[in-house]
Design a binder for this molecule. Structure first.
Ligand code: DOR
Ligand code: ZN
Ligand code: ZN
Length: 437
């Protein structure tokens, strides 16, 4: 007997749309096609609605351990599930930072106990910590090695010599916050004691391009997969375009770099690293995303409280929440005709699964985990704080017209969210590793 059959939906996966039933057993998709024979414990009619793989957000900062007043595994993963994100990868700039085997294992244990979605855990790069990355990432237990080339939130930052050590002594996927610390330090000194016209003025495109140039040199010298996090400028796009197909480099975009720019009247709520850019950069990013030149969407979910954001500019922390608004924003853009739904499903599910080696994720196909979203073409609605489950309860997109959250979200066949609300207290996420070739 099947556990679940989703009947007659439009199944969108791997670039194809077919009207089909999807049957699930033991958390796995076991059949996609016309009417499967046999009984099911649960049947859901999906006629006239889409069935897609659950979204994978490989870039969240859940603040656990360290700052549970901003977010923790329970609140962050509930937000994720409600917004159709069934797998998250958590960043290492927690407190303590995830740069040792012990810290990584402790975080995995917390997530196993509290997460409502499946998860990967990044191991952070730090001077003297390369052995932990070898043990965890090169073995496929950690989803990748996170490198901060420029200082952002938290103490994680590597100098060039350390970065080279990682290129020499590890081989797993490296995810990089690419802003050049020398450029940032020079501008910090220049703007010290003065209020800049925008956050972008203190961390301009030049900081990002200097870092991406160095990454390209190192990837040429020591080829291995490098995923450039939150690309935000036309200049970075040009650099990456020139090596596309030749070097194993891929690129992530965050929704705030597609639909917000430095002129957005957000004050410190819009303070984020890398910064919101001039409108021309956002337009170039949107065109690149539509054209398939940006591989994945990562929210860079980095919650800080409204109280923290109300401090003066220099003291306000950088970062904004976003794990639960990927789906609403992407679907609204589809509605506006900015790109097709197939593009969204690839960038939010197919591509992250391929790039991160999550062999059971990212597609609706026999043998894959039954992480599934069901949704129809609903009216857009104004995003309000009441719709949000993140502990900080705000979004830089409040007031925008967005698509509602998915009608149903399944994690390995179990219903975990319905119309933005969490259901089922007993479902817990599992660690997703990278299956290395
Ligand atoms: O704005 C940011 N916030 N950029 C980062 O790199 C880190 C993040 C955070 O953790 O708050
Ligand atoms: Zn970053
Ligand atoms: Zn980040």
């Amino acid at each position: 007997m099947y556990d679940l059959i989703l009947e007659a939906g439009t199944v969108l996966s791997q670039g194809k749309a077919v009207q089909a039933d999807v049957a699930v057993e033991g958390g796995t998709v076991v059949y996609v096609g016309d009417r499967p024979g046999g009984a099911a414990r649960r049947r859901v009619y999906a006629g006239g609605r889409f069935v897609t793989p659950g979204f994978i957000d490989t870039h969240v900062h859940f603040r656990d351990p360290g700052h549970p007043h901003k977010e923790d595994w329970a609140s962050g993963s509930r937000a994720a599930a409600s917004g159709g994100v069934t797998t998250v990868c958590d960043m290492p700039n927690t407190d303590p930072p995830t740069v040792s085997v012990a810290a990584w294992e402790a975080k995995v244990a917390t997530a196993q106990a509290r997460s409502r979605v499946d998860f990967g855990v990044w191991i952070g790069a730090a001077a003297g910590a390369v052995d932990a990355a070898r043990a965890l990432a090169d073995s496929g237990r950690a989803c990748g090695i996170k490198v901060f080339m420029g200082a952002s939130t938290g103490p994680l930052l590597v100098d060039d010599a350390t970065l080279v050590t990682y290129f020499e002594h590890t081989r797993a996927l490296m995810g990089v916050h690419a802003e050049d610390e020398a450029v940032l330090a020079r501008l910090r000194a220049e703007w010290s004691g003065r209020i800049p016209p925008s956050h972008h003025a203190t961390r301009p495109a030049e900081a990002a391009t200097a870092a991406v140039r160095r990454l390209i040199e190192l990837t040429e010298a020591f080829p291995r997969p490098v995923h450039v996090c939150h690309v935000s400028t036309a200049a970075e796009l040009a650099l990456l375009e020139a090596v596309r197909g030749r070097l194993p480099m891929t690129a992530e975009v965050s929704p705030h770099h597609l639909w917000l720019d430095e002129a957005a009247p957000l004050g410190n709520l819009g303070k984020v690293n890398p910064p919101l850019r001039p409108a021309a950069d956002a337009a170039a990013m949107l065109a690149a995303f539509a054209g398939g030149r940006l591989d994945t969407v990562g929210s860079d979910h980095a919650p800080h409280t409204l109280e923290e954001k109300a401090r003066p500019y220099a003291q306000a922390p950088a970062g904004l929440p976003g794990v639960e608004t990927i789906f609403p924003l992407m679907l609204a853009a589809v509605r506006r005709g900015e790109f097709p739904l197939e593009r969204v499903v690839d960038a939010c599910a197919g591509a992250p699964a391929r790039i991160f080696g999550m062999s059971r994720k990212g597609r609706v196909a026999v043998g894959a985990d039954a992480d599934l979203l069901v949704f129809g073409e609903a009216e857009l609605q104004v995003l309000t704080a009441e719709a949000l489950l993140t502990r900080v309860a705000w979004s830089p997109f409040l007031g925008r017209s967005v698509h509602p959250k998915p009608d149903e979200v399944y994690l390995r066949g179990a219903l975990v969210a319905s119309h933005g609300r969490i259901v089922g207290d007993d479902v817990r996420g599992r660690l997703v590793g990278a299956e290395l070739a």
